[in-house]
Write a protein of this length. Structure first.
Length: 268
């Protein structure tokens, strides 16, 4: 056998061995692996965010609100989220409590100060817009990886950062019925495994709205969070902007904050 042929065979063998021994992270990831890594790396035990909300209509008029968002991750790896408005006066004290369900059947309660009582929200209600914003209730929870099927749709940079582009559809017929979307597209930044852009498609497959997560920053460990989130309606031209004024992670929030009694008390 000629020397060149021997060299070619040896190089091929070394290349094959290198591929077999390469670390898992260096190999191509499936869509499911990307999203599971996202959920694992971005998980916290608890979070507290103080937010300025801007409601901008298509004419450019702006209304502002202030709110606090609390999150607690349970031992079952499911989240509890409490949102409470503090200003202006017409929404002060209004709150929503959500328990993430293992099968997508989330439990939600809404407190309206004018009614002076909490109201249970039906599962189908998570499709509805939340408090006149461009966010639906289902948009306000972390990505429910187990309840969706993901496929890779390509790669694209967002704000100069390489991202995977994934398509997400509900995993079951019941979850498809509960959701307001036929599918979503997600841009996941490769270096951070954080979602920086989302497109939402309505039941007829039309682009309904686009979410941009901007000013991404490393909070602690592997946890990245945006400093600003904008949801833009492609159908009515309205925008909702959330600006983070302060954030605390893993500060030790207590279980008793995430109760219907506390939701009611917080509006007193």
């Amino acid at each position: 056998m000629r020397r060149r042929e021997l060299f070619t065979l040896a190089a091929a063998a070394v290349g094959a061995a290198g591929t077999l021994c390469a670390p898992r992270g260096a190999m191509a990831q499936t869509a499911a692996e990307i999203m599971q890594t996202h959920r694992t790396r971005q998980a916290t035990r608890d979070e507290e965010e103080h937010l300025l909300m801007k409601l901008v209509d298509k004419g450019g008029d702006v209304k502002q609100r202030k709110l606090v968002r609390y999150l607690l991750r349970g031992k079952d790896q499911l989240n509890k989220v409490l949102i409470r408005f503090s200003a202006p006066r017409d929404v002060e004290g209004t709150g929503m409590l959500t328990f993430e369900g293992p099968d997508g059947r989330d439990e939600q309660w809404l407190y309206l100060p004018s009614a002076k009582k909490t109201r249970r929200i039906a599962v189908s209600g998570k499709k509805n817009k939340f408090m006149g914003t461009e966010f639906a209730s289902e948009d306000l929870l972390p990505e429910a990886v187990a309840l969706n099927r993901y496929t890779l749709a390509g790669e694209q940079a967002v704000d100069g950062q390489p991202c995977w582009v994934l398509e997400a559809v509900p995993a079951t017929e019941r979850q498809a019925e509960d959701s307001g979307y036929s599918k979503r597209k997600l841009w996941v930044r490769k270096d951070a495994h954080a979602i920086v852009k989302r497109e939402f498609y309505d039941k007829r497959g039309r682009l309904e709205k686009i979410q941009h997560d901007r000013k991404l920053a490393l909070v602690t460990g592997t946890i990245w969070r945006p400093g600003e989130v904008e949801m833009v309606s492609e159908q009515n031209g309205n925008r909702t902007i959330l600006i983070v004024e302060s954030r605390a992670v893993d500060k030790g929030l207590k279980e008793d904050l995430f109760t219907e009694a506390e939701l009611l008390r917080g509006g007193a």
